[in-house]
Design a protein around this ligand. Structure first.
Ligand SMILES: NC(=O)c1ccc[n+]([C@@H]2O[C@H](COP(=O)([O-])OP(=O)(O)OC[C@H]3O[C@@H](n4cnc5c(N)ncnc54)[C@H](OP(=O)(O)O)[C@@H]3O)[C@@H](O)[C@H]2O)c1
Length: 254
């Protein structure tokens, strides 16, 4: 059985991946959708042509991940593509956000993503693809978004290294680094702080980010950065001293 697995599939970018991959990959037997809100994924499945499994699980819960591991062992599918989208961010000063919520971010964005990747790798074959949702926040440490940016720097570094490791097996990893995307992400992210106005100017629809990510993935590219302003930001982060960028961001943030 050839399958695609998408985490964070109950909304936003994960949901959009499900819709676009369903249209593009007609020789897939099943799409496995993973997130906590099972009913939401069952609704999404109804609009897709490929047979879907809505798998309700909390990726930060060890028991849930063990259940998923057992499911993989039982079904022994060939995973043609894994898309790791589950994640969240919280804006605001480190000292102001409850510690439990910040460590939860690390647990989901870093630990669960690593665990899901590790669980799926034995079922991937030559030509399989891995899409890891990082963020442009990975390019630069960010005050008032410190833990989130650090988790995404982890995702980017981990995924780029993994891409090198998997070359011999013929599996490619694409790290996706969008700037702000118009999803429910901000409902949670702005609980303790506000997005810089300048960032909101660069917001793009999820369909655009996902279409570019799939194109880059099919072309075997290691990095996918959507939209000109974010591509320019990426280059600036490589060229300019970070202290100078911090200063500029503070100026724009006023
Ligand atoms: N939107 C942006 O501006 C933006 C920019 C750059 C990168 N990203 C990244 O893109 C990814 C998707 O975000 P989005 O914009 O699509 O936001 P979103 O609409 O809030 O989607 C987040 C997804 O993660 C799932 N999720 C959250 N906690 C989970 C848990 N413990 N176990 C399993 N699934 C969980 C949510 O489903 P349930 O609530 O049903 O569990 C949901 O499906 C994230 O990694 C985010 O960091 C977003």
């Amino acid at each position: 059985m050839n399958i695609i697995i998408i985490t964070g599939a109950s909304s936003g970018l994960g949901e959009e991946f499900a819709r676009q991959l369903d249209r593009l990959f007609t020789r897939i037997d099943e799409i496995w959708l993973i997130a906590r809100r099972k009913e939401r994924m069952e609704e999404i499945s109804k609009g897709l042509q490929t047979r879907c499994r809505a798998i309700g699980l909390d990726m930060t819960e060890q028991g849930d991940m063990e259940r998923f591991c057992a499911m993989l062992k039982k079904e022994a599918p060939v995973i043609r593509m894994l898309v790791n989208c589950a994640g969240f961010g919280l804006m605001g000063a480190v000292a102001r956000i409850p510690l439990r919520e910040q460590t939860e971010m690390i647990r989901l964005n870093c630990m669960a993503l690593t665990e899901m990747t590790h669980l799926c790798l034995p079922y991937m074959r030559r030509g399989s693809r891995l899409i890891q949702m990082a963020s442009s926040a990975a390019f630069l440490p960010q005050e008032n978004f410190a833990v989130y940016a650090a988790t995404k720097a982890y995702v980017l570094s981990f995924s780029q290294a993994l891409n090198q490791e998997l070359k011999a097996r013929g599996i490619k990893v694409t790290s996706v680094c969008p700037g702000p995307v118009d999803t429910a992400f901000f409902d949670i992210a702005e609980r303790y702080g506000k997005t810089l106005a300048v960032k909101k100017l660069t917001i793009v629809p999820p369909a655009r980010v996902v279409a570019k990510a799939i194109r880059d993935c099919r072309a075997g590219r290691a990095l996918s950065v959507c939209s000109l302003p974010i591509q320019a930001f990426h280059i600036l982060c490589k060229l300019l001293p970070h202290e100078l960028i911090f200063h500029l961001m503070r100026l724009f943030g006023r």
